[in-house]
Design a protein around this ligand. Sequence first.
Ligand code: DON
Length: 596
Amino acid sequence: MALASCAPGDDRPFNATEEARRAADAAQQTATSETDAIATEAEVDAWTKGAMVAAADPRAVEAGLEMLRQGGSAIDAAIAVHAVLGLVEPQSSGIGGGAFMVYYDRDADEITVFDGREVAPASTTPNHFMKGGKPLGFLEAWQSGKAVGVPGQIALYKTSHEAAGKLDWATLFQPAIKLAEDGFEVSPRLAGLLANPRLRGAVRLDDLPASADYFYPNGEPLPVGFIRTNPDYAATLSAIAESGPSAFYEGEIAQAIVDAVNSDANPGAMNLEDLADYSVKIRPALCGDRADGYRICSAPPPSSGGVTQNMIMGLYDLLEPTEEADMTEENYLKAFIDAQRLAYADRDHYVADSDFVTVPATDLINPAYLRVRAKEAFAPDATTHPGDPGLALGRDPVRPLWGEDATEHGPGTTHISIVDADGNAVSMTATVEAAFGSSIMVKGFMLNNELTDFSRQPAKGTKPVANAPGPKKRPRSSMSPTLVFDPAGDLFMVTGSPGGNSIVAYVSKTLVGVLEWGKSAQEAIDLPNIIARGDTVGVEIDRPGGMEAADALRELGYNVEEREGENSGLHVIIVREDGLEGGADPRREGIAKALE
Ligand code: DON
């Protein structure tokens, strides 16, 4: 069956192109004037498709469903889900980290991005990770107080709740507080990570006293099924539930964060003002329109989501075979690989915090640029390099403005997809960066090590790197929380994943899988992961179809790196004619569950 799982087949359950065309025609016929396009409350049809939560742990999903049952919105549910994940999946995210949330308000027909990304303390210089003229080693930088950014998660909870929460603020924390007080069962994945000798060698969980006491009682890793209470987390959440974000960003908890960061063996320089000053940025989503009428919206810089997902899908359209004789499974796969390689090279060069550097985000997804860029597709064995949207669009070159990127990444993130009973949607990817972040535990939660998402080397030769560290700057993220709208402008898909740099490839696999290859949410998630960044193509060979894909790509001349144990955590919801269809990544422990 070779690559049958990686390309369109005759039995596809959903013919994206035809359905898109039909819907586009219908939309064109009805939208006759500008006023028709503006939805008023009376014009918005009642939502009849139901509600759903997809996330990395059933207990977190249940907390979200409980909020929906109480009449809560997608944002209420997302906060409750995430507060539970911070307890049961502390390796991936928590209130000591940050997130990007893309929110769709169906009534207002508006998409808002809440950027709760961690911020570098005001004392940060471009040489933050340099020592004696050289960048600190990755592990040394990664496991340090220096790597801790000012957490954005609690501020994101508050700002998004103020925008579209329906339930009481304090209600959102009750499931997590109860579970932290009663104790939760340690899952196989958490226990497996704690016992993993490679991870133990790389992180400091069993060295730092608070983390060691919590995760290694009596020196042994928490086993599967152990009932772990976390009274400190319950107390922290109770304070936040009662007093709001000031309980976190000021006073005792803020002081504990500052003390932990600054007293680390490799200390940071964070102060109380850094915490008190944190604010969420509300940004417009970065959206691109596809030729078939679908619209892909994701987070703008410093997230890579909007740029990469639109680039990959736009380039795929230009690179996919058009002649009948070329329409082989290998060539469809090749188009996806080549689109990824081009997009990753551009993302690596240009995407950074757009409040500090000029990121040509809209140029990168401009169809005129993509037409030029598609012609630059690299030979399978060629070295990749960024394009120049300035030159391609007839303006001054922009590529020489920046030195070559030198950013590296490791594992620790989660993705939540929610559609509520009114058809509003949340796509939120949250992170502490590494597994268990910096390994520093404060008041029942893990502090992130997000600042290693900056390029540790601030310049290449005489050129600054766009993603160099800087005071109050936000490090670039691969997180790509994404929403897709159909040609009639209605919500079609909610998707996103953890996985460091590979997030870009994982999320685009669900887009190409569903929109181009006619897969269901689960089928798209189950496809082997294929990551084409730089000069190698990583292929997940321990999944059905993976080895066949690796062989086919080798045959085409790509430098294939066979991979096992891929770390995607895709959670997808698709709005179908007859209701919501969910999918959860079998590589993690999550589920997608509808509200009954
Ligand atoms: O924001 C980022 O791009 C990274 N901190 C994400 C790290 C990650 O996804 C690790 N995942 N498993």
